[in-house]
Design a protein around this ligand. Structure first.
Ligand code: XBP
Ligand code: MG
Length: 233
């Protein structure tokens, strides 16, 4: 029986990748780089999780001639990108995907424990939850495993293993909610059953290792359709 839900963030809680892409591109402009990540390029780059890792991959595969100039400032670029993302997300307009808020609130009310396992940086998680669910919404989540808290990002299992360790639960007590090949593989390698919802950038990805794949988490209008919390508590 499931005692906890572990959520991915980008693509699962909300469609955030266009906001990430914008923050990357604005940052490149700030630093005087003539780089621009189009949607098509970004779709390719998303195979690499983590912003710093993604920038390094871009340099290696798209702009090796810039390597010498930029290699040492990847950390700085990424710090600025995070600051921009947080600024851009502030001030409203953030929407969670269908059914996400309901699932979070009803699962919590039913006594399920909630956690997050994401490759994105912690400030990005906080601003999204604060903007979408109200200030202090991070408090709904007992555990937030994020970004550089682990050395190896998804599809490595580390971030899910960290979440399990902090929850003090075995893998089979948890259900992961994901949207990508990398995310599903990460949870699976940690031994966690995964429900996948497809997102804008992951629609065509191989999600066969999820136990179920849905377009989204739905938003029922009938009062008898509810999250039962069976198995919780
Ligand atoms: C999300 C990511 C992140 C974000 C950018 O993957 O790969 O890198 O795109 O965030 P997932 P940072 O949904 O599988 O966790 O720039 O903060 O890394
Ligand atoms: Mg994701």
């Amino acid at each position: 029986t499931f005692q906890a839900l572990i959520f991915d963030v980008d693509g699962t809680l909300a469609e955030t990748e266009e906001a990430h892409r914008r923050a990357f591109n604005e940052t490149f402009g700030d630093f005087g780089l003539d780089w621009h990540w189009s949607r098509a390029v970004y779709a390719d780059l998303l195979k690499i999780t983590g912003g710093k890792e993604r920038i390094r991959h871009f340099i290696d595969h798209y702009r090796p001639e810039d390597a010498e100039r930029v290699r040492d400032i990847v950390g700085q670029l990424h710090q600025e990108k995070t600051a921009r993302y947080v600024r851009n997300m502030g001030g409203g307009g953030v929407r969670l995907r269908p059914g996400v808020e309901r699932l979070i609130r009803e699962a919590a009310a039913a006594g399920m424990r909630l956690a997050i396992a994401t490759t994105t940086s912690l400030p990005n998680v906080k601003i999204l939850l604060d903007e979408a669910l109200g200030a202090g919404a991070t408090g709904l989540f007992e555990v937030i495993a994020a970004g550089d808290m682990v050395a190896a990002k998804k599809p490595a299992p580390d971030v899910y293993l960290l979440a399990l360790e902090r929850l003090g639960l075995p893998a089979d007590a948890c259900l992961a909610i994901e949207d990508s090949y990398n995310g599903v593989m990460s949870a699976r390698r940690a031994g966690i059953t995964t429900l996948a919802t497809t997102s804008d950038y992951t629609r065509l990805e191989d999600l066969r290792y999820a136990f179920g794949v849905l377009s989204d988490l739905g938003e029922p209008d009938a009062p008898f359709l509810h999250f039962s919390g069976v198995g919780a508590g």
